[in-house]
Design a protein around this ligand. Sequence first.
Ligand code: HEC
Length: 152
Amino acid sequence: MRTILWLAICCLAVTVGTAGDAAAQFAKAEDAIKYRQSVMSVVGTHFTRLGAMVRGEAPFAREAFEENAALVATLLKLPWEAFQVAGSDKGSSLRPEALGKKEDFLKLARANQDEVAKLLAAAKTGDLNAIRPAFGAAGASCKACHDSYRRK
Ligand code: HEC
């Protein structure tokens, strides 16, 4: 039992370790740019669907809302290391400052993931009065990073 547990922990460490090594993952800066822009584009699509329901521009459908929120939460696990690849500020909307401020960038990414987790929790209640402020806070935490590290 103990061996199995250790094996599980080791595998997890290896997986996380590999996923965390941006240089090992992306051979070229363009690959990192394409990857993160693709992820963010899909994040944007699903986040916009949430926004339409929150604002009443689309009918509120509890299940669809929860599904879209869950997708955003899952997708937000993916892109952050791709923002750390040297040279990837060129030919993209990433501001060069971001590459020298990895800790701050990742702090904003974590804050965003926390807010989206709260949004997902609110979505599970199906109560728009809980969802609305959670959506606002999540959106503000997207914007906080864009204001600092995304070119206009
Ligand atoms: C920690 C920083 C950070 C957070 C948090 C963040 N973004 Fe971004 N986002 C960026 C940067 C930087 C770019 C530009 C990427 C590039 O051009 O390579 C970007 C690009 C985008 C794009 C354009 C993708 C494309 O087609 O090129 C969309 C849409 C987007 N973000 C939506 C969102 C949404 C919605 C959230 C919140 C749920 C969010 N972002 C959270 C930093 C962030």
